[in-house]
Design a protein around this ligand. Structure first.
Ligand code: NAG
Ligand code: NAG
Ligand code: NAG
Ligand code: NAG
Ligand code: NAG
Ligand code: NAG
Ligand code: NAG
Ligand code: NAG
Length: 416
């Protein structure tokens, strides 16, 4: 009985609660897909796509109608899930040289609970062919750099099959204004480029670019791209890099950047100059860094560069800042000095000991002092202090004493 009640509730009551109108569910088995899908070329790859949903007024009154839009480049295998829209039109920038499919479908949502999807139609697909031109006339390796507070350089390599008379022209678009680049250059690697100096780039808005070209002999395939200029910004290097005596490196952020400090990543290059050993260190957000690992007897150079890492990640590091140096310390090293002194003392003692043994210096130094009493003993004991008598007796002896015996060795002459 309870089970039957539950079954009836699920079968009949639930759909009524969800859709509000049971008779529509039967009709919705074949929801019409959108029709009349059209593209309007705005400029530089920006297209507005429009369609008709081809749904009856009745359906529109009972459901919340939405449109799902996807796209896929001809050279890609996956559809990019893009956006759910309320109106039957959408504006987006495409890399048109690749060719692109766009597709739209109708989706009915519950009119009260808009998260609940009731029904969706089949897709309606449209292919947008690339503009005419051999793909090998297309520019390659296109890249831009924004620097010096919104100057911009873009560079590219010419297409491999582009005739020698090909003239490439770059157009860029911001704030609904399309500008033809006026200042062209060729860099050291032979890459072509355009330099934008007069019109500064607005960092808050995407830049649209088209590089097309003309030649007398063939059609040149135009190149389309768009990008966030903040990601291609090359920052000015940090200023006033200085190493404090306590080995804290500090520096200043280059002026004129209105970005919060904790978005920045700094990189320090610490170079030990004698052996040219380099250590790279990271400092996030802060404009100082305490160095460890410094050998006080060596000389180092330190420099810093910067990029955005944490809020958006920029493609490029800034140039390196100025360098500051850590000079080797010539301080009085107590341990070393004590050790050296000890070594010298030990050496001196050893040398002296050697000298004493070799030259019997000790024996000379400690030779007993002659005792006059021994010599004068006779004077007092036998001559009773009579010096005259004693001297008469002493003289011959003392004379003999003065002569040392000389041994004359006879040399034997073997040749004789
Ligand atoms: C839905 O189908 C019923 C009959 O099953 C029909 O009377 C009604 O007109 C249909 N409604 C729509 C919007 O097609
Ligand atoms: C939706 O697509 C299927 C299969 O491609 C097809 O059988 C069906 O008729 C289509 N429905 C409508 C309303 O076009
Ligand atoms: C709109 O849908 C109806 C079916 O409801 C179909 O017959 C008609 O061909 C569709 N319109 C277009 C322009 O495809
Ligand atoms: C592309 O250009 C960059 C400079 O912008 C260069 O470093 C790189 O080597 C180039 N790559 C190719 C494949 O030409
Ligand atoms: C940077 O821009 C200023 C103008 O804001 C200009 O005077 C200066 O020459 C530029 N510097 C470089 C290196 O391009
Ligand atoms: C941009 O191009 C100009 C002109 O060729 C050149 O002077 C400048 O150094 C370039 N700057 C960068 C960051 O590439
Ligand atoms: C290149 O593109 C610009 C801007 O869309 C256009 O005005 C110009 O006619 C094009 N040039 C060629 C040769 O296609
Ligand atoms: C290093 O010295 C500076 C100023 O001389 C001081 O502001 C800083 O706090 C010191 N840092 C450390 C880690 O001692």
């Amino acid at each position: 009985m309870f089970l039957l009640a539950a079954y009836l509730t699920i079968s009949f009551v639930l759909p009524i609660v969800l859709s509000g109108s049971p008779e529509f569910l039967a009709n919705l088995t074949d929801l019409n897909p959108p029709t009349n899908l059209q593209t309007i070329d705005i400029q530089l790859g920006e297209l507005t796509i429009t369609w008709s949903d081809n749904l009856s007024e009745d359906i529109k009154n009972h459901y919340n109608v939405k449109y799902i839009f996807d796209y896929k480049y001809f050279d890609s295998h996956t559809w990019e899930i893009d956006i759910r829209l309320s109106t039957p039109d959408y504006t987006k920038t495409f890399e048109l040289h690749r060719g692109v499919y766009v597709r739209v479908k109708n989706v009915l949502l519950n009119i009260e609970d808009k998260k609940k999807q009731m029904k969706e139609s089949n897709w309606t697909v449209k292919g947008i062919q690339p503009p005419p031109g051999d793909p090998e006339t297309l520019v390659s390796n296109f890249s831009c750099v924004v620097y010096n507070h919104s100057n911009m350089n873009c560079t590219w390599s010419i297409g491999s099959k582009a005739p020698s008379d090909t003239l490439y022209i770059m157009y860029y678009r911001q704030s609904e204004t399309t500008t033809r680049c006026a200042q062209y250059f060729m860099d050291a690697q032979g890459r072509h480029g355009c330099h934008i100096e007069q019109d500064r780039i607005d960092l808050e808005e995407d830049v649209l670019v088209c590089v097309n070209g003309s030649s007398n002999s063939t059609m040149i395939l135009p190149y389309y791209t768009d990008f966030d200029p903040q990601i291609y910004e090359k920052y000015d290097p940090p200023l006033n890099v200085e190493i404090l005596p306590n080995l804290t490196v500090k520096w200043d952020k280059a002026p004129g950047y209105a970005i919060q400090d904790d978005c920045f990543e700094y990189q320090l290059e610490v170079r030990e100059l004698a052996e040219n050993r380099i250590e790279l260190l990271s400092a996030s957000g802060k404009t100082k860094f305490l160095l460890g690992n410094i050998n006080p007897s060596k000389r180092y150079s330190v420099k810093v560069r910067v990029k955005l890492k944490y809020c958006k990640e920029t493609k490029f590091w800034s140039d390196w800042s100025n360098e500051d140096f850590i000079e080797p310390e010539h301080t009085f090293n107590v341990m070393q000095t004590v050790f050296t002194l000890a070594m010298i003392t030990v050496l001196v003692i050893l040398l002296l000991m050697f000298a004493f043994r070799r030259y019997k210096v000790l024996a000379i130094i400690f030779k007993p002092i002659p005792d006059p009493q021994k010599k004068f003993k006779e004077l007092f004991e036998e001559y009773n202090g009579d010096f005259q008598k004693w001297i008469g007796y002493q003289i011959p002896i003392s004379k003999a004493d003065e002569f040392y015996p000389v041994v004359i060795e006879e040399s034997i002459n073997f040749e004789a």
